[in-house]
Design a protein around this ligand. Structure first.
Ligand code: ZN
Ligand code: ZN
Length: 257
């Protein structure tokens, strides 16, 4: 069975909740919401973080991995993402003002720099392990953004990360029969639909409308909820997506696909 581990499943941090982070295998991850607590000493071995977009809940632990594991790291931390996403990180995050520019700091006793930026293209396949690859697809959020299809041994899972109403996501899911599982966001409860629209996130009602575009049966998991609204989102999801069961992801879950 192909697997990924959910290191962070929530739409914001709380005392016992972590933000978006998926371990695809021991060295490749999607987003960096919870690297330190999620991986511990294994942080020293991370090869690539595939970013969905530049929002803080998805990038925050990049800063602390670079700092806390600097002496232990033997190769650059590769930060992969859309060209626009990487430009935002360089200009507004690892910019010498908020945090050091680790792409100009060499690793200890090495000619290599601590960070390497890796611009990706939508729809192009990148190898992440033996019989494992990843490719980005377009999503609809307030900043440049993408989701990813992760394939292991011919079986695929799609992770949208933060998104609003979209057609490209559903065209992809309807055409790619190898995708058997979807992780999609649902950030706010229905009463906050105006805020969801403004911040380009989904509610249970909007998610139910989106799911009507899906023409085949696949497993569906929901992530990125705001923890304060958890109980009401669960109720609304059960009522609104009755025909299509959506399971809520939790920090630490392992997904078979
Ligand atoms: Zn987010
Ligand atoms: Zn976002």
């Amino acid at each position: 069975m192909a697997q990924i581990t959910v290191l962070g499943a929530n739409g914001t941090k709380a005392h016992d909740r972590e933000t978006t982070c998926f371990a695809l295998n021991g060295t490749h991850l999607i987003d960096a919401g919870n690297l330190l607590k999620g991986m511990g000493e294994e942080c020293a071995n991370i090869d690539t973080i595939w970013l969905t977009h530049s929002h803080l809940d998805h990038i925050v632990d990049i800063a602390y991995v670079l700092d806390a594991y600097f002496e232990k790291r033997k190769r650059p931390l590769r930060i992969a993402g859309l060209t626009q996403t990487l430009l935002i990180l360089k200009k507004h995050f690892l910019n010498e003002l908020i945090w050091p520019d680790f792409s100009r700091i060499r690793l200890l006793n090495s000619e290599m720099y601590a960070v390497e930026y890796f611009p990706i293209e939508i729809g192009k396949r990148y190898v992440i392990g033996e019989n494992e690859h990843i490719e980005a697809f377009k999503t609809n959020h307030t900043v440049p953004s993408c989701g990813y299809v992760v394939t292991k041994m011919g079986r695929s899972i799609a992770i949208t990360s933060d998104t609003y109403i979209s057609y490209s996501v559903w065209d992809l899911l309807n055409s790619r029969k190898d995708i058997n599982t979807l992780i999609i966001e649902c950030s706010f409860h229905n009463a906050l639909e105006a805020l969801a629209k403004e911040s380009k996130h989904l509610t249970p009602k909007l998610l139910a409308m989106e799911l009507e575009k899906l023409k085949r049966a696949i497993d569906i998991y929901v992530n990125h909820i705001k923890p304060n609204s958890e109980s009401i989102i669960i109720q609304e999801l059960q009522a609104q997506t009755a025909t299509q069961k959506c399971l809520l992801l939790k920090d630490g879950d392992v997904i078979d696909f």
